[in-house]
Design a protein around this ligand. Structure first.
Ligand code: KG4
Ligand code: ZN
Length: 341
């Protein structure tokens, strides 16, 4: 039997994205982003995002099918991000996917956005996927996960108790008067700065009650205070030192979790995993710790449809049941539910 051809739809935030995979092979990954429409508001405006999804989804679908050189009738299963995310934005994807599934009489899988970020690791490779420790760092989440099975068993070892890592990047960028989204802006500016210029705090590093949890609010306060005290500080030095503190905490805890759980592999995913300094230090520290680092190409770390297709494809090949038609989008959901019932 040939491997399943799976189409995945992602509309949880500001990217209208569709990916197509065959088994673990990526065939198409089309993304239309409304990020520029949100930039002047300094954050994603839900109503604008939903409208942009409605406007973009049809052409994104056609482009993805053309790139993969397949027709809708060839698709064996559809996947869609059903949560977490902005509810109005999720609904556009879930309604579109439900319509396609119904019209073409093919199964539909509602999938968890967070697991999908990790599942992109399956693409264009044949390595054994699990067990592994997952470091998921995005705009809405920062977690350390114990991945026993991508499609059915992901346990949370720790998460942020306040801001997510991406949120911290976005907020600090605003304080530094850099553009939105702040992650890529800080990444770029930090390259010109000295990462050891300022010794910013590493939150929750010596707290045995929060071994694998993160806290970034103290770091945010420290950066604000520093700028009040040293108003003419070099922006690049502040950006680089802030970024170094985040990278240090993320990797310190993720590698400790891998060692404590006897895991040989660390998967790093989510928008912040596109950060060039995080990728560089992760490679160095994992090599030193003899841990196999797996991190998707930067373009597959930020939101995309390929990750949804990848997770759906794993669910199909495991023979997991499809979701019921009428599945509900859920704006806030943890990892208890990887595939919607
Ligand atoms: O995974 P993602 O695309 O969307 C969510 O699911 O949240 O993550 C978006 C977050 C934003 O906060 C953005 O600033 C951050 O990822 N980000 C980065 C970089 N690229 C995106 N953070 C640091 N460095 C980057 N290069
Ligand atoms: Zn995401």
């Amino acid at each position: 039997m040939t491997e399943p051809l799976v189409l995945g739809i992602e509309t949880s935030c500001d990217e209208t994205a569709i990916g197509i995979v065959r088994g673990r092979t990526l065939l198409a990954n089309v993304i239309s982003s409304s990020v520029e429409e949100h930039a002047r508001f300094g954050g994603v405006v839900p109503e604008i995002a939903s409208r942009a999804h409605l406007e973009a989804i049809h052409s994104v679908l056609n482009r993805a099918l053309a790139d993969a050189d397949v027709s809708l009738n060839d698709i064996d299963a559809f996947g869609v991000t059903a949560g977490p995310g902005l509810i109005g934005a999720l609904l556009v994807g879930v309604s579109s996917a439900s319509g396609l599934s119904l019209a073409l009489n093919k199964p539909l899988y509602g999938v968890n956005h967070l697991s999908a970020h990790l599942a992109v690791d399956a693409l264009n490779s044949d390595h054994q996927l699990s067990p592994a420790i997952g470091l998921l760092v995005s705009g809405g989440h920062s977690s350390i996960l114990k991945v026993s099975d991508f499609a059915s068993d992901v346990a949370v070892l720790g998460s942020t108790i306040d801001d997510a890592a991406g949120e911290a990047f976005d907020k600090i960028a605003r304080i530094l008067k850099l553009e939105f989204p702040g992650g890529p802006a800080i990444d770029r500016v930090a390259k010109e700065g000295d990462a050891s210029a300022i010794d910013f705090p590493r939150g929750l590093t010596n707290d045995s009650d929060h071994l694998y949890d993160f806290s970034f609010s103290g770091l945010k306060t420290a950066v604000s205070r520093y700028l009040q005290k040293v108003p003419d500080a070099k922006v690049a030095d502040v950006a680089a030192s802030f970024q170094e503190a985040v990278v240090d905490v993320l990797l310190g805890k993720a590698i400790a979790a891998a060692k404590a759980n006897g895991m040989e592999a660390l998967i790093m995913a989510g928008g912040v995993a596109a950060n060039s300094r995080l990728r560089q230090v992760a490679a160095e520290r994992c090599q030193a710790a003899k841990i196999h680092l797996r991190t998707p190409p930067a373009a597959l770390c930020t939101d995309n449809g390929a990750m949804v297709a990848a997770l759906t494809s794993l669910a199909v090949s495991r023979g997991l049941p499809a979701s019921s038609l009428g599945l509900e989008a859920q704006s806030s959901t943890g990892l208890e539910q990887v595939i919607w019932r």
